[in-house]
Design a protein around this ligand. Structure first.
Ligand code: PLP
Length: 428
């Protein structure tokens, strides 16, 4: 669809909803009640809504467990022994990979540690890690403790890239320059794909290229990117990546993560790893013998047998993604977030009370917009919640709102804007 001329009117929002080819997907999700009303839910960046189908998917596995017990491991098409394979086609499409490059397992923070065991191998000369300043706390702790695990000093080994003075987001040229400046000493570039605070999508293709030219490995944390921004991990040549499934992938609180390992590492048994039996050659797994032989591709990084109930909830959501089609979702997402941006700018006007720190260029962002609230702060946010709007507040003065293309409507965005305007009149 061509970008329409946006209007700040309920009629316009309703028209857009009418024309929306994905409008029926909203009915597939369960919306919470806030203050006695169905929420306007803009928090899919933190926890995506529950697909109604999740119950059926989980119930099926509960029934298999009840009826088959241990035989469920090898019974039928969805035998638990192979159940991980089911999510591969959808995941491969979402992150831009071959099926053998992805697998769903563990949690994000665990996976990033396991991947760094393989891909952060510091030497005396080459030991530095480049990351973005203000990374998500778990990522900061992971880098800090990985570096210490190798007996190194985080202050020396970790290089954080900051925005320029007076700017909120990073310039690709500055990221590339930092990589080049550390060429001889750089072991790893490990950044977010989409920065959780600002909503900026980094130029992963350019970063991967520069990182490799500098002789480093390149990995991304895609917690906020997977299921949200377009990804081409294979083509970009990224070495590894991991993500969670409970944000834009709507798979339930704390649910399973996924990993990507580039094909070029698919058959490298010499890579260091912390192995478990589920990463061992499937054909020989039950010989129960010594000598770890990794499976081909990302599967060779698995440790433990599949979390079947977690995968069931994940699959309910992945099937919806496949049905909707990622490129259709992205198209709507750009229009929806574009509308949100238009309305915020209309409300803020000359006053400058709201400042969007997320990049203006739609290619450099996903659903989320981060708003600096220059006056009224938390009172404005609390007033939104009073009116059943669920977004999130980040200290000291940022509101993040993320309309998602699967279950948010243009009317949601319009109503948000109306209520925001009223709150600002009261508190700013
Ligand atoms: C949400 C998020 C996490 C959360 O990690 P878990 O292991 O799933 O708790 C980590 N990193 C980033 C960048 C995130 O956005």
């Amino acid at each position: 669809m061509e970008k329409p001329i946006y209007k700040y009117s309920e009629e316009f929002a309703r028209e857009m909803d009418q024309k929306d080819p994905l409008k029926s997907f909203r009915d597939r999700f369960l919306f919470p009640q806030v203050n006695g009303k169905q929420a306007i839910y803009f928090c899919g960046n933190s926890l995506g809504l529950q697909p109604k189908s999740v119950q059926t998917y989980i119930q099926k596995e509960l029934d298999n467990w009840a009826n088959l017990a241990v035989d469920g491991h090898f019974h039928g098409e969805d035998a638990w022994y192979h159940i991980r394979k089911k999510s591969k086609p959808a995941l491969a499409e979402i992150v831009g990979a071959h099926e053998h490059e992805v697998v769903a397992m563990n949690n994000l923070s665990s996976n990033l540690h396991f991947l760094m065991v393989s891909f952060y191998q510091p030497t005396k000369e080459r030991f530095k890690i480049i990351t973005e300043a203000g990374a998500f706390p778990s990522d900061m702790y992971m880098l800090e403790t990985q570096v210490k695990f190798h007996g190194l000093d985080p202050d020396e080994a970790i290089i954080e890239i900051h925005p320029r003075h007076g700017e909120h987001t990073l310039r690709t040229e500055d990221i590339i320059k930092t990589i080049q400046e550390n060429k001889g000493q750089l072991a790893l570039v490990m950044m977010a794909g989409l920065q959780y605070y600002t909503g900026q999508v980094f130029d992963m293709k350019a970063i991967a290229k520069a990182g490799h030219e500098a002789g480093a490995k390149v990995g991304f944390d895609l917690a906020h990117a997977a299921g949200n921004a377009p990804l081409k991990l294979h083509d970009w040549g990224v070495d590894f990546a991991t993500w969670c499934s409970y944000k834009y992938m709507n798979s339930g609180p704390g649910n399973i993560s996924g990993v990507f390992v580039h094909e070029r590492h698919a058959e490298r048994p010499e890579l260091p790893r912390f192995a478990g039996w589920w990463g061992h050659d499937e054909a020989e797994r039950f010989k129960m013998e010594k000598g770890f032989k990794p499976m081909f591709g990302a599967d060779g990084w698995q440790l433990a047998n599949s979390n079947v109930l977690a995968l069931a909830a994940h699959q309910a959501s992945l099937d919806i993604f496949e049905e909707a089609g990622f490129s259709n979702l992205r198209e709507k997402s750009m229009l929806l977030t574009g509308y949100l941006e238009f309305l915020i700018e209309a409300i803020s006007g000359e006053s400058g009370v709201l400042e969007i720190i997320t990049p203006k260029n739609a290619d450099e962002r996903g659903c989320q917009l981060s708003l600096l609230v220059h006056k009224g702060g938390k009172a404005v946010f609390d007033a939104l919640y009073e009116e059943s709007i669920v977004g999130d507040w980040r200290h000291p003065n940022v509101i993040r709102v993320a309309p998602t293309p699967l279950y948010n409507s243009y009317l949601d965005v319009y109503q948000f804007a109306r209520i925001l305007e009223q709150s600002l009149q009261k508190f700013a």
